[in-house]
Design a protein around this ligand. Structure first.
Ligand SMILES: [Zn+2]
Length: 349
């Protein structure tokens, strides 16, 4: 049977430094995978690569924070790093275009080399960055190259990278609907849309601390072991990816679209429906095969869909019922109906 090659498989192959010639000549290549291969062949670079494999594997003597200023400068100006700078500029443009950042807000980082990261500068709109605006720092935040000063919020990104060794890229921004949940102190509900369950999962809220402080970074990175996307109370959202910076950015699109959909759906006047815990188990299995962590993997079904924090409330994290008592779905539905009725009657008065 002919092999089917998807974009994800091509991405994985390139990430591992594999040879595209290893793809069988008779394989069926999906259109997205073909685009990736074409982009790779045209640019001579790896599209959306993490940067880790190229920069560490290529040099006989890996560049580290202890390398000489001349070596660091040459590394910072190399074609490989230039390609990653372009990726950061492109993600910044998408963040600004979608109104996920405001003024000079938001920041982006990619782990490169050993103990190094490429990051965005301070006081520059993320929509209009040029490759020469970017900065090279060590994992303690000391700037090693780049004409502009690095963002003050880089400490949080670096704490994430130190704590979560799988994190190759991080994105922080202020998308309005997701940030609204962070301001209200309400965790987004679960079991409503498959995509967020697979690519993100349950989204926790890190307590508020002054942006740019080590304490803020610590509170966020404490949650990174089990979550790839975190709401920052009264501030915004931060995500990390084990694949590349575009994947970290995708999490922003997913969480923001999800929060917007939930807010709009809650205004329709009918109870919000959730899918079952069995269906969630199926999604968690897919997630496991993709290597994305989720603290719910391995939980019992009755513990899965915990929506206690969500108001108007869809609660299905209830212990198994004795026979004869109403099941979790009926209880959840009755609760949602009661709260929705309350909201609707308040709106009418
Ligand atoms: Zn911020």
């Amino acid at each position: 049977m002919r092999a089917i090659i998807s974009a994800r498989e091509v991405e994985e192959l390139l990430r591992k430094g594999g040879d595209i010639k290893s793809i069988p000549s008779d394989a069926i290549v999906t259109p997205a995978a073909r685009d990736l291969l074409r982009e790779f062949e045209n640019s001579g670079a790896r599209p959306w690569s993490s940067g880790l494999e190229k920069t560490s594997a290529k040099a006989a003597q890996p560049v580290t924070p202890a390398s000489s200023p001349a070596e660091l400068e040459a590394f910072f100006n190399s074609p490989e790093i230039h390609a990653l700078k372009l990726q950061i500029c492109e993600v910044g443009r998408r963040l600004w275009t979608r109104a996920y950042v405001d003024g000079n807000g938001g920041n982006i980082a990619i782990r490169v080399g050993q103990g190094l990261a490429l990051c965005t500068p301070t006081l520059v709109s993320k929509g209009f960055m040029k490759p020469e605006d970017l900065c090279l720092v060590d994992l303690d935040g000391n700037q090693l190259a780049g004409g502009k000063k690095r963002t003050s919020e880089i400490l949080m990104h670096l704490q994430i990278m130190k704590r979560q060794t799988r994190a190759v890229a991080t994105v922080h921004c202020h998308p309005p609907h997701a940030t609204a949940f962070a301001v209200a102190g309400v965790e987004p509900p679960t079991c409503m849309i498959p995509e967020i369950e697979v690519f993100i999962g349950k989204v926790p809220i890190a307590p508020y601390r002054t942006p740019g402080t080590m304490e803020m970074g610590k509170l966020v990175s404490d949650l990174e072991d089990q979550h790839n996307t975190i709401l920052m109370a009264n501030h915004g959202v931060v995500s990390w990816s084990h694949i590349n910076v575009e994947d970290a950015y995708f999490k922003m699109e997913i969480i923001e679209a999800y929060c917007r959909t939930v807010v709009v759906a809650a205004q329709l006047g009918t109870p919000l429906k959730t899918f079952s815990q069995t269906h969630l188990q199926d999604l968690l299995k897919i997630k496991q095969t993709l290597g994305i962590p989720d603290p719910r993997i391995g939980l019992k079904e009755c513990e899965l869909c915990n929506n206690d924090e969500w108001r108007p409330g869809v609660a299905c994290a209830v212990p198994p019922q004795p026979s004869g008592a109403p099941g979790p779905d009926e209880q959840a539905e009755a609760l949602v109906r009661a709260i929705t009725d309350q909201i609707m009657s308040r709106l009418k008065t």
